[in-house]
Write a protein that binds this ligand. Structure first.
Ligand code: NI
Length: 433
């Protein structure tokens, strides 16, 4: 039986706050949603520590993955259908890749990857190709189907049009998360006219292009992406929580390596500490599990670990000041010394965090990494790169902006019961400008 054609007897729908409904008609998609590896995404938040800044941001990678699937479904079923440039055979592959593109994300991925060197893209591949329920469902289509799905997500699949649906500078992934994150955080940025963008999308041999009449909707999308990065994704308070989280992971590992005796054995962490995480171990990690440890570790003998966990769980975050890496690295050295004198370990309580974004870019000859530009299809059929037509986009093209902050524990530094003079000295340095 040809599983690419197999439909459910009745369409299933999920109510969705962003797209109103998510429609499922294919049996394979329905089965994939039911696998335990996909259900696990319900227990991983889309925006990590952002909920400590924007309390609405509790939405999961499960919601987002369904949303990306729904956008791709609308593109292939409504926009591309019947167009000669579009190969109908790629329909189910596109839908599966959209649904599964974030499957390998772990709890608070960003911090875990930094400290334990895990890689969510690698785990997405392993889940799709390994001994999993997802793999079993995909193999019903054909034996080489799991590999194809992994290749689309890994951007190595030969049909670049399919790849561009889920990874390009304007793809279903970004279109979903911008709107979804705007909705759940409650900010007024992040909204753009996706209906209009879908209407002007056209398939070409190697990528999706946009009819030039829809240029303003595309501009609006680029600007909303720019705004969301600075207003939400790089919010300094969110980053403060992330610094603490990273320090907890770092401290737990250092204690394990020094044969510290944990009151609560960190069983789920051992293979992470040793950096030999198997797929089986990895799939057991989700945010409820991690938060359970953080709560238990509040009672550990180690003051640093217990204090950091207390801070994370109770939102007692680090304060920050602007930091200029070009001119202030010497200052950092001075501060570290003073922290030692004040008996506050700078390895865990003083941190520089940098965020940086490139809102839109086009390829310049001689550059290493090519970013596929957004192309407009003009009335004469020619393709023009977006920033050639749009002065708004031209103004921000290729401009990377980086923001550096220095984080410190103001509560400890203003507790003058011990080392008052040194602490006052530290505070006067931090508050200087
Ligand atoms: Ni995504």
């Amino acid at each position: 039986m040809d599983h690419t054609q197999l439909k459910l007897s009745e369409e299933k729908v999920f109510k969705d706050p962003v797209h109103r409904y998510v429609h499922v008609r294919d049996k394979i998609i329905w089965s994939l949603i039911g696998t335990k590896e996909f259900q696990r995404l319900r227990r991983i938040k889309q925006l990590g520590t952002t909920y400590l800044t924007f309390h609405g941001a509790e939405h999961s990678r499960f919601n987002h993955s369904l949303g990306v699937y729904e956008i791709v479904r609308r593109i292939v079923d409504d926009v591309f259908e019947g167009r000669p440039e579009w190969n109908e055979q790629e329909r189910l592959l596109s839908l599966c890749a959209a649904l599964l593109h974030d499957l390998g994300h772990g709890p608070f991925s960003h911090s875990f990857e930094k400290v334990y060197h895990t890689d969510h893209e690698l785990f997405t591949r392993k889940i799709i190709l390994g001994n999993t329920e997802v793999n079993e469902v995909l193999r019903q289509v054909s034996l080489d189907f799991p590999q194809k799905v992994a290749d689309v997500i890994g951007k190595t699949y030969p049909d670049k049009l399919v790849v561009s649906l889920i990874s390009s500078q304007i793809d279903a992934d970004r279109m979903d998360y911008l709107q979804r994150d705007a909705y759940f955080t409650g900010v007024s940025y992040g909204h753009f006219d996706m209906e209009r963008i879908l209407r002007v999308m056209r398939p070409r041999e190697d990528q999706v292009v946009f009819k030039s009449t829809g240029m303003h909707a595309v501009e609006d999308y680029i600007m909303s992406r720019y705004q969301m990065y600075w207003q939400v994704y790089f919010h300094p308070v969110t980053r403060s929580a992330e610094v603490i989280l990273t320090k907890i992971l770092q401290r737990a590992k250092a204690l394990y390596e020094s044969s510290y005796h944990f009151k609560y054995q960190p069983l789920h962490f051992i293979s992470l500490f040793e950096e030999n995480v198997t797929l089986e171990d990895y799939l057991k990690l989700d945010e409820p599990v991690i938060l359970y440890y953080f709560q238990m570790w509040e009672e550990e003998e180690d003051n640093i670990l217990s204090d950091l966990c207390y801070r994370f769980m109770n939102r007692n975050l680090l304060k920050y000041v602007e930091f200029d890496p070009a001119n202030q690295y010497k200052l950092l050295g001075t501060l570290e010394e003073l922290f030692h004198k004040a008996e506050i370990d700078p390895d865990y309580y003083l941190a520089v965090d940098s965020s940086s974004d490139l809102p839109y870019d086009f390829y310049r000859p001689g550059e290493e990494e090519e970013r596929l530009p957004i192309h407009l299809s003009m009335s004469d059929g020619e393709l023009h790169e977006l920033s050639r037509e749009s002065t708004i986009v031209e103004a921000i093209s290729g401009k990377r902006r980086t923001d550096h902050k220095l984080y410190y524990p103001e509560d400890l530094l203003t507790d003058y019961s011990k080392h008052a003079e040194i602490k006052q000295q530290i505070m006067s340095i931090l508050k200087k400008d």
